[in-house]
Design a protein around this ligand. Sequence first.
Ligand SMILES: CC(C)(COP(=O)(O)OP(=O)(O)OC[C@H]1O[C@@H](n2cnc3c(N)ncnc32)[C@H](O)[C@@H]1OP(=O)(O)O)[C@@H](O)C(=O)NCCC(=O)NCCS
Length: 148
Amino acid sequence: MLEARTMQVEDLPAVLAIERMAYSHPWSRGIFEDCLAIGSYECRVYEEQGVLCAYSIMSWGAGEAHLLNICVHPERQGRGLGREVLQQVIERARKKAADTLFLEVRVSNSGARRLYESAGFNEIGQRFDYYPAAQGREDALVFALPLL
Ligand SMILES: CC(C)(COP(=O)(O)OP(=O)(O)OC[C@H]1O[C@@H](n2cnc3c(N)ncnc32)[C@H](O)[C@@H]1OP(=O)(O)O)[C@@H](O)C(=O)NCCC(=O)NCCS
């Protein structure tokens, strides 16, 4: 059972430790601090028995919500937590009256792509060379979920 709450600046050491384990090109502490400072970003952490094991960052405005980051601790992946976090994000985007939830994902991130497709997201576009990669750049796929 996941307990969700708003991310605080005090959570950043734990969040950054997960971010650095989970991503080849992790966000910096400064990016998370900026997200916390922007009033229209919703930064959430998820705990299992008091241990921070996942987080999500969503922005919204003008009827659109964007899922900017969703991440589960690598040791706790593959147990349904990512799906649970995504469902909570979708519900909160609906409550904010967003009509669409957008996100970008690396072309190579087949696990995340499968999660989004099974949650009802549609692939609506591709951004060329969007992400840094081990060698050169990598395209992003853009996914959208209608919420109305
Ligand atoms: C993507 C991520 C959030 C998924 O979280 P998770 O807890 O591992 O996912 P779940 O256990 O809830 O699995 C949900 C679905 O995702 C898909 N999936 C997740 N990991 C997968 C993998 N390694 N291979 C194939 N499918 C996978 C499956 O469809 C799975 O459903 P199923 O178990 O019914 O087959 C997690 O892997 C993660 O944090 N990855 C690193 C950060 C990242 O890439 N975030 C997304 C950026 S766009």
